[in-house]
Design a binder for this molecule. Structure first.
Ligand SMILES: [Zn+2]
Length: 465
């Protein structure tokens, strides 16, 4: 028997980190993500295992809650192999350097304030620095191609398949021999839905003795993507026709590219009035370049656009504003602008200065295309705030605002049941990466509809397979 322990994403959605310790083989870590929001765990806490004991790190995808603690892992002695798709490593570099930069800046600001209070000893140092993040990419990295089995050790292999969640995202199948028996463990990673604006559907996996599956939306089904796309198009066209501007707070990876694809398709379908579209986020710009470089792994719609004019995303109305000065220039545009800027939940980033310049005007429209967590400025606006304060200024919110819920990079319950139905043999299901109440609902659905044994994994619990 072989133990697997989850040191994150157990009864919660962040901090993915699963440790498979083969008795006579390598010790394999699957993901090493950051804890985010309110959880019982802190990313600065000890891992629960010795990083020096890890031989191989396999990465499902580049979201911070799956890669965010890798610099800490390296800093604390991990010296093994890292295996991930090329796109995952390219995006992870953008994500980790950005998060290290923000952490360092926050630290400096907190320290300055604490010094004035005489409390500088109480400010916690960032978990890692920019140099620590850079050190990850000097490690022994091996790129995985989808459906190409990689030998990890004698009798131990890993196979990555497209998970359809974000660019480079993978489900990982690990095969090994133990006591004369062949065993297969599959980690779903985060799964994409069956219909997506930019990604292909998740690939099916033939067999698993144990399936570790995410359960973020295991309790529900999403609104249809088509309805959301229609709603989005109508809002954009109406606003532009009324000589207003559209503001879209957006996450740099995946959601920005989805929105760009929609706008480009509207352009080619003659549905988009003449306008200026600004991607006002250096991180989103970098991610868009990586998506474009990897266009072959995107869905058919994306590839059709690439084949048309050599780019999935670029078209005449689109401009990337990299420098702060270019970003400020957008303020000069009176009407007919679509501004896509971070951060996705409006807690910081360039979207704030666009709020200051545009939210007071009733001709403008603010479109939220992603979930807004409680406590964020985005959520405050979604909930109908009449005024907001930006950079010390009080701003009256007169712009139209709308929340479009149907864009999601995650599979919903029916998508996941369908994907699990594709297994030819599947012995036991383990739920990770979800909130406990939602996992209970998902567990019941799997038991009833697929007649499988399901277990909800607890933090650090030893699961024997
Ligand atoms: Zn993810």
């Amino acid at each position: 028997m072989t133990p697997i322990q989850s040191f994150g994403a157990a009864e919660t959605v962040t901090g993915s980190c699963h440790f498979l310790q083969l008795k006579s083989g390598p010790k394999i870590l699957i993901d090493c993500g950051m804890f985010q929001g309110h959880t019982d765990h802190d990313s600065a806490d000890p891992f629960g295992f010795n990083p020096q004991d890890v031989d191989i790190l396999l990465i499902t995808h580049a979201h911070l809650d799956h890669v965010g603690r890798i610099p800490k892992l390296v800093k604390e002695g991990f010296n093994g192999r890292i295996i991930a798709t090329r796109a995952t490593m390219d995006l992870a570099e953008v994500v980790l350097l950005d998060s290290a930069k923000i952490a360092q800046e926050d630290y400096k600001t907190s320290l300055k304030k604490a010094k004035r209070r005489g409390e500088e000893n109480e400010v916690a140092e960032p978990i890692y620095t920019i140099d620590d993040a850079k050190a990850v990419f000097d490690m022994n990295i091996q790129y995985a191609d989808y459906n190409n089995t990689i030998q990890l050790d004698k009798g131990v292999s890993a196979t990555f398949r497209n998970a359809g969640h974000i660019l480079g995202s993978s489900t990982i199948q690990i095969d090994f021999e133990e006591e004369g028996q062949h065993k297969t463990v599959v980690f779903s990673g985060d799964l994409g839905g069956c219909i997506d604006t930019v990604m292909r559907s998740p690939e099916t996996v033939p067999h698993a003795n144990a399936l570790y599956i995410e359960s973020t939306y295991g309790d529900r089904n999403h609104r249809s993507l088509e309805d959301s796309v229609d709603e989005f198009k109508t809002a954009v066209v109406q606003t532009l026709k009324n000589e207003g501007n559209v503001l879209i707070p957006s996450f740099a990876i995946e959601r920005t590219q989805e929105i760009l694809i929609l706008l480009k398709q509207m352009y080619y379908d003659n549905e988009l009035p003449e306008c200026k579209i600004f991607v006002d986020s250096p991180m989103a710009t970098k991610a868009t370049i990586i998506y474009n470089q990897n266009h072959k792994s995107l869905n058919k719609a994306a590839q059709d656009l690439f084949n048309k004019d050599g780019s999935v995303f670029d078209f005449p109305y689109l401009e990337y504003t990299l420098s702060g000065a270019d970003s400020m220039q957008i303020n000069e545009v009176d009407s007919g602008a679509i501004i896509i800027a971070g951060s996705g939940m409006c807690n910081g980033g360039r979207i704030l200065h666009h709020f200051k310049h545009r939210l007071w005007n009733e001709k403008n429209t603010l479109i939220f295309v992603g979930y807004q967590v409680e406590g964020t400025l985005g959520r405050y606006l979604v909930d109908g705030a009449e005024f907001i304060h930006v950079y010390g200024e009080k701003i009256k919110v007169r712009a139209n605002r709308m929340m479009i819920n149907g864009f999601s990079a995650h599979a919903d319950q029916s998508d996941m049941l369908k994907w699990m139905g594709g297994f030819e043999t599947l012995d036991k299901v383990f739920l990770i990466h979800g909130e406990r109440d939602k996992q209970e609902i998902f567990k019941k659905a799997i038991e009833e509809k697929l007649n499988k044994t399901v277990h909800i994994v607890e933090y650090a619990e030893e699961v024997w397979i």
